[in-house]
Design a protein around this ligand. Sequence first.
Ligand SMILES: Cc1cc2nc3c(=O)[nH]c(=O)nc-3n(C[C@H](O)[C@H](O)[C@H](O)COP(=O)(O)O)c2cc1C
Length: 402
Amino acid sequence: MLTGKRVLLIIGGGIAAYKSLDLIRKLRGQAASVRCILTAGGRQFVTPLSAASLSGDKVYTELFDLTDEAEMGHIQLSRDADLLVVAPATADLMAKMAHGLADDLATTALLATDKPVLIAPAMNVRMWQHAATRRNLATLRGDGVMVIGPNEGDMACGEYGPGRMAEPEEILAAITAALAPTARPLSGLRALVTSGPTHEPIDPVRYIANRSSGKQGHAIAAALAMLGAETVLVSGPVHEATPPGVAIRKVETACEMLEACKGAGRFDIAVCAAAVADWRVESQSGRKIKKRHDGGAPKLVLTENPDILLSLSQNNASRPRLVIGFAAETNDVITHAREKRTRKGCDWIVANDVSPETGIMGGDFNTVHLLTGEGLENWPPMSKTDVAARLAQRIAEHFAVG
Ligand SMILES: Cc1cc2nc3c(=O)[nH]c(=O)nc-3n(C[C@H](O)[C@H](O)[C@H](O)COP(=O)(O)O)c2cc1C
């Protein structure tokens, strides 16, 4: 599966470092080549000799080493890999990565790389739950760093909680997913995506609508299907093509969208990206409303539409295991997103600023903030396709940890 893939494994100073030796064996068992950097902390837990014997390669430890620099510069070391894996990723390494520090070989290689990076955090539960680690984790995720684990369980320090490094086979699966484009980490899971605007009729020829194009929602459906999820896309009226491998349900109104979601079965994942109209006309006219000769305008009485995100988030047996909502705002984006996440009871919110000057509504680019139970991630501006791919990858990571 990983034949010819090159992994640069950075082993930090945590008790879980011993598990990383097993990871080296497992990677080599998949025909990947593994090169190791041991931090000074890491060397307190495992020896360079063990890592060298298992990897079958020289182990790198020092930044200022003339011989190493002559043979393999530190920049070359990080560029020469297909993927950088930090396991265990200590609180210290995560903090340095989040702040762009480069005061040893490991952190310099991590800052110098242009390759994907996967971290497997491992630390005491209080270190993991500390506000500083929360912030660093959110920053790293925002920078596109992939994260596997940690798991919950008994800790070497005698405490219980999240902080145990993911098992070597779980890290191997995350590496495989990151390196093999054909990997389908979401296979066996069902995903529901809503996309586009809704049209709320006034009469047979007029309707209330919004500027949503469906580009983001459709890209998310495509990305989830690419990762193997059996994906149903419930879409309002859009000009986007149905992505390959995705089952489409076309609807017009918010009420139809809710019915289509409910009728499509049970799901593990729900991503509500549609811009559902909040209101519809209370009594739609069966005939075209005629222009009045006295110049007066008809009064439209609006009534509230069903809340699809709220409905999917309700805590019952059919609730998807992960419900993600979108918050399209024109001001106070983060404040509104936090408030929406609490009010709707969904797990994650993808928030974006859709003020006209951003060009996001209908455009090809997006700048989003991902709000999860773990904190806020500010993603850099990118194409809607890239946002979708990254969100799908985050969903895959979420389900890999279970
Ligand atoms: C016995 C012992 C176990 C430790 N285990 C961890 C750990 O699991 N996770 C962690 O973040 N730090 C742990 N630490 C602290 C790190 O080793 C310390 O922060 C070190 O500076 C990390 O260096 P590095 O991140 O460059 O490898 C431990 C320290 C000791 C003495």
